[in-house]
Design a protein around this ligand. Structure first.
Ligand SMILES: NC(=O)c1ccc[n+]([C@@H]2O[C@H](COP(=O)([O-])OP(=O)(O)OC[C@H]3O[C@@H](n4cnc5c(N)ncnc54)[C@H](O)[C@@H]3O)[C@@H](O)[C@H]2O)c1
Length: 450
């Protein structure tokens, strides 16, 4: 049987969650044919892992400026894009133009012009683009979809979503490239794309207009000094700085083999410093954001993201014509440590332990009840495993009654909320999404979009 040929661009921490299952569980029907990254050292780390603990073979590794050569020489059918967010559009467009399909990590891209370039390239080539929205695939979030689609509380009119990032995982975004709007689009795009996608998908609705506020109140040098934490600002990074020993925001890249292999070893060839001080000067993203969204079909979303919380998770409330659903998800904290999926672990923090997930339905004029939850284990609430099966063994994954696959248009519907949010903050005015990207003006439901 011929194998499906995958090439990867971006061999940082996240790519491993897709590469390991490809070359182990799914190697019978799939083949990894090439790697591409800015850093030869990071690709060498992957190749050492492939030939070592993963029991595969080395694959050709191409520096970023040789991406087109990789496509020509290795002839992938699908390119998996796992590079820094600001580079996604470029690799998606070039892959489509070379006749490949694409699976891209979220966010699809970071601004309106890049989004239009992707939609144009897809239209011109007719190739398939999928966005790896793993949040949709976690069984408990699928359960929420099932309840809403089943009419449990009638037509939904308003949603309230509060998301908390903590001083462990949340702080990690401020150590890296995500702290620069030009590289991540801000966390309203990089992170909130997950949340906006969930609401779009849960409601089966398309966002139309956004008004937003955003501030940087916690991270960054100025905020630390104003709080009396100037002592936390005196070193540019954490690794190799003994004076940072007691800093609760410290990350030591010498602590694990994966950090050393992926990031320490790749500093010289890529200039990427993974552990920069979260209280340095050049951070230009927000750490608290608040938005109102109006959907094409009239629903309202009230959304907030706080990035300096002592605990991590989300609380979502749906108000419907026949009642209310509350969904809580406080599953403990973690950091992307670039470990193999089987080694994924939540960190423990006294007082902020995993509370788990629960859904309570409050019907009008009747007692409320808790909904039995599906079992979920593994990285990202079991989502990564199910998502990988759908990519690498679609026949075994079976039908997808909840429409969990997101194509380029659904990927756009999600990032455009964040992109409009950033513009709204800058202009202090509401922003219409159709003024940014003419995304199927005729459509009313998300499921009408690819
Ligand atoms: N869905 C999820 O749960 C989830 C989790 C983590 C990351 N992600 C996404 O995965 C992607 C990678 O994130 P990560 O955590 O692995 O980040 P990372 O910083 O560990 O890796 C990013 C990689 O991109 C490479 N890169 C940067 N510029 C490049 C260029 N011009 N050409 C080629 N490669 C380039 C870097 O060298 C690095 O290896 C991001 O888009 C992120 O949003 C998704």
């Amino acid at each position: 049987m011929s194998q499906h040929r995958f090439a990867f661009v971006g061999t940082g921490g996240r790519a491993l969650s897709f590469i390991e299952p490809l070359v182990t569980t799914y190697r019978g029907t799939n083949e990894l044919v090439g790697l591409c990254d800015l850093s030869p050292a990071r690709m060498a780390y992957y190749n050492a892992m492939l030939t070592g603990e993963l029991g595969y073979h080395a694959v050709p590794a191409y520096p970023a400026d040789q991406f087109d050569v990789m496509l020509r020489e290795t002839r992938p059918q699908t390119v998996f894009v796992c590079s820094k967010d600001s580079t996604h559009h470029d690799y998606i467009v070039r892959s489509l133009q070379a006749g490949c399909d694409v699976i891209t990590e979220k966010p699809l891209t970071i601004d309106a012009a890049k989004c239009r370039a992707i939609l144009d390239a897809q239209r011109a080539t007719g190739r398939r683009v999928r966005v790896a929205f793993n949040y949709r695939w976690a069984p408990f979030r699928t359960k929420v979809k099932e309840l809403i689609a089943g009419g449990t509380i009638g037509r939904i009119r308003a949603v309230n979503l509060e998301y908390l990032l903590d001083t462990n995982h949340g702080a990690d975004y401020f150590r890296r490239w995500h702290a620069h709007a030009a590289e991540s689009g801000t966390l309203l795009v990089h992170k909130s794309t997950h949340h906006f996608d969930l609401v779009n998908w849960w409601l089966d609705a398309i966002p139309a207009q956004v008004f937003a506020y955003g501030d940087l109140v916690f991270y960054g040098r100025e905020n630390a000094v104003a709080r009396g934490d100037a002592h936390l600002t005196t070193y540019p990074r954490y690794t190799g700085h003994p004076e940072a020993r007691d800093d609760p925001f410290r990350l030591d890249l010498d602590e694990s083999a994966s950090f050393r292999g992926l990031y320490r070893a790749g500093e010289a060839d890529s200039g990427y410093i993974r552990d920069r001080n979260v209280f340095r000067e050049d951070i230009d993203i927000f750490d608290q954001m608040s938005l109102n969204v109006r959907y094409r079909t009239g629903e309202l979303l009230t959304y907030s993201l706080t990035c300096y919380s002592p605990r991590e998770g989300m609380r979502v409330c749906f108000n419907g014509e026949r009642g209310r659903i509350e969904y809580h998800e406080f599953i403990g904290t973690h950091m992307n440590r670039a470990v193999r999926p089987g080694d994924f672990q939540l960190d423990t923090k006294p007082g902020a332990e995993a509370e788990g997930e629960w859904i309570r339905v409050f019907p009008h004029f009747q007692p409320s009840y808790l909904v039995p939850m599906p079992l979920a284990t593994g990285a990202h609430g079991g989502a990564d495993e199910i998502l990988n099966r759908s990519f690498y063994d679609p026949a075994a994954a079976g039908p997808d009654p909840w429409g969990r696959f997101a194509g380029h248009e659904q990927g756009a519907a999600s990032i455009l909320v964040g992109i409009a949010g950033v513009e709204s903050i800058q202009r202090n005015a509401p922003v219409n999404l159709l003024d940014l990207v003419p995304l199927r003006p005729d459509a009313t439901k998300l499921s009408e979009l690819t």
